[in-house]
Write a protein that binds this ligand. Structure first.
Ligand code: GRF
Length: 229
């Protein structure tokens, strides 16, 4: 039985997807704790209501990043994690913290890395005129939003999309690829080879969401209802 510790900063919908998949697919793992850096992180309530231990390590109560990261690591390690999962955890982490969890810490980033690390990824993709955009699950290394790629999802960018529409389309795929990647880790199927990740036995480490037909159907429904496309 592997211990998972999930770090969140807000809504926690990726954490929720992982908690549900762990239970429904009967992984050989348990979510030992959900830890937030903000007391008002909405996801804490979901975790508590599912009988998961929760904790808050409020970054504002520490003089610097090093002190915060040291306190955070102490709380995490109290749960003896096999894997630390960053799920919308909006903190830049120090090198000693990252080094402590080398090979056992995953992150999800809402872009097709190595394009668009950092914030405002959806607007960056729109501004660059990208025709596809997506999300990446990767092992965490000291460089921000960089590290061996475990899984990626790809969605179309549509004319008229704004950052919110694109974010919503991608979030649906995050809820598929992140639980899948964590399950691969839990099953001991991921191996790191320098910058590359291998999955054994292999299966697709990508997801393409093309909901064009779904939209076409929606348009047809709208036309039938006299609303125009
Ligand atoms: C996700 O889009 C994730 O990729 C990004 O922040 C968002 C967090 O959403 N890092 P949630 O808290 O999991 O709902």
């Amino acid at each position: 039985m592997k211990n998972l510790v999930i770090l969140i900063s807000g809504r926690g919908s990726n954490m929720e997807a992982i908690v549900r998949a762990c239970a429904h697919e009967a992984w050989p793992a348990r979510v030992a704790a959900v830890i937030a850096n903000r007391p008002d992180a909405a996801g804490l309530a979901f975790a508590a209501s599912h009988g998961i231990a929760t904790a808050v390590v409020d970054h504002r109560q520490f003089p610097d990043r090093a002190a915060f990261d040291a306190a955070l690591a102490q709380v995490i390690d109290g749960h003896q994690p096999d894997l630390v999962i960053l799920a919308g955890f909006m903190r830049v982490l120090t090198e000693p913290f990252v080094a402590h969890y080398t090979g056992r810490m995953l992150n999800i980033h809402p872009s097709l890395l190595p394009s668009f690390p950092g914030l405002h990824t959806h607007q960056q993709a729109l501004d660059a005129g990208c025709r596809v955009h997506g999300a990446t699950v990767h092992f965490v290394t000291p460089a921000l939003d960089h590290g061996p790629i475990v899984a990626q999802s790809v969605v179309p960018v549509r004319t008229g999309d704004d950052a919110a529409a694109l974010a919503a389309r991608i979030l649906k795929t995050e809820h598929v690829i992140y639980p899948r990647a964590v399950r691969w880790f839990v099953e001991g199927r991921l191996a790191l080879d320098g910058e590359r990740v291998t999955l054994a036995p292999p299966e697709p480490q990508w997801l393409f969401l093309d909901d064009t037909n779904a939209n076409a159907n929606l348009n047809a429904d709208a036309q039938a209802a006299g609303e125009g496309a």
